[in-house]
Design a protein around this ligand. Structure first.
Ligand code: SF4
Length: 396
């Protein structure tokens, strides 16, 4: 198989991995203004269309084109949900580290990909597989001088020294927990050990960050960490997923969790299990951002009796309907932590309100809208200088 065909084989299922702040599927390369086939030299138009890249936004807000792929789709594990599980009948493909590094650099020079998300099936043990990922990253960074974005996957079974080496090469490292606890993981991946193989590496990353100075890491910065859950794959509740997410954000400085709504894959043990509504994935993201950025506690999430979030309503709105509808917030007196609880007011909006209040009172919705507040969402929960603004809403 030539390297490009290998890449196409290996990338074909990578939409299941929510690696960065992805915004849709395949994209034209950066700088091409959407015309993949007009740019440049070393790839044919057919090759350019086939290359599997994704639009992604980095934590600093920069948009890049990310190549998401595996080093190999061969895997000795048998996770129930996974298209790459051992014994599933399909054509496997494998890159050698040098081969992948050369192909990626070719794509990078052709402006087809700015960064890499690199994972792998497990072959000959987690530590051996991890070495191949490290070898690839070292070739790219040390021999080929690649200075762009790199997200490397930690393999179940990796050793602490390998995790440290990955952190010296990558902008982001991650390992997928897949399920929120040991019992749930047993329903999804019976041969993965939740504490020893999945949670421990995330703890190591934080230990290493705390014990070593930043200059020892790539570009003088500590790499961020993320994880991913298969939402609904083990019949777990949103409460279980968010409890683990919250613990990880507080204790090992997880940047964020990704939730991938379960979707059955043909010819796997879970092929007859129903797909999970993608809206559940969206509600989990909203709730996790309330925990991370808006000062909400887990206990404040509007969980239903079954431990799930209501699907029809955004969790912040559900909270406000229960807590602010009868006791609206006076916008001219509220503290930042309370402003953040109002639907339609985000961190930037809350700051803008505090700044504007220093010069004059906020008396109408027009003034709020100028500050970037989504007034149609916020108005039912606010008082403007002692008055409910409901009568002004028709103007918006
Ligand atoms: S270890 Fe990873 S690649 Fe292998 S079966 Fe499990 S989820 Fe799939």
């Amino acid at each position: 198989m030539n390297p490009l065909d290998t890449l196409i084989e290996l990338s074909s299922q990578m939409e299941l991995e929510h690696a960065e702040e992805a915004r849709g599927g395949r994209v034209a390369p950066s700088g091409s203004e959407g015309r993949i086939e007009t740019k440049p030299a070393c790839f044919t138009p057919k090759e350019k269309r086939a290359a599997f890249t994704h639009s992604a936004q980095l934590p600093n807000g920069k948009n890049i084109v990310l190549l998401k792929t595996l080093l190999t789709s061969a895997c000795e594990r048998d996770c129930y949900y996974c298209p790459f599980r051992a014994g599933r009948d399909f054509r496997r493909a494998t890159f050698k580290p040098q081969e992948f590094a050369e192909l990626f650099m070719k794509m990078n020079q052709a402006k087809m990909a700015d960064g890499i998300f690199l994972s792998s099936g497990i072959a000959a043990g987690g530590a051996n597989t991890q070495n191949r990922i490290i070898d690839t990253a070292e070739i790219l960074r040390k021999r080929m001088g690649f200075r762009g974005y790199m997200h490397l996957k930690i393999m179940p079974g990796a050793e602490k020294g390998q995790v440290e080496r990955m952190m010296q090469l990558a902008d982001r490292v991650s390992i997928n927990l897949e399920a929120p606890n040991t019992e749930r993981l047993a329903k999804l991946a019976p041969h993965k050990m939740f504490i020893e193989e999945l949670l421990r590496p995330l703890k190591w990353v934080e230990e290493i960050r705390r014990s070593q100075p930043a200059y020892k890491f790539w570009n003088g910065k500590y790499p961020s960490t993320v994880t991913q859950f298969v939402a609904g794959g083990s019949d777990e509740s949103d409460l279980e997923l968010l409890t683990t997410t919250n613990w990880l954000m507080k204790n090992v400085r997880l940047t964020r969790a990704y939730y991938s709504a379960f979707f059955p894959i043909r010819d796997t043990p879970l092929e007859n299990k129903s797909a999970v509504d993608p809206l559940r994935e969206h509600r989990l993201y909203q709730a996790s951002f309330l925990l991370r950025d808006y000062g909400f506690d887990l206990e404040e999430m509007p969980f239903l009796q079954n431990g799930n979030l209501p699907l029809p309503t955004d969790p912040k709105l559900a909270w406000a309907q229960m807590n602010l509808k009868e006791k609206p917030l006076e916008i001219n007196k509220a503290e930042k932590r309370d402003l953040l609880r109002v639907p339609g007011i985000g961190p930037k909006g809350a700051e803008a309100i505090l700044r504007a209040r220093r010069s004059s009172k906020l008396r109408d919705l027009t003034a709020l809208r100028k500050l970037g507040i989504v007034v149609a969402r916020a108005a039912p929960f606010l008082l403007l200088d002692g008055r409910r603004p409901a009568s002004q809403l028709a103007m918006f």
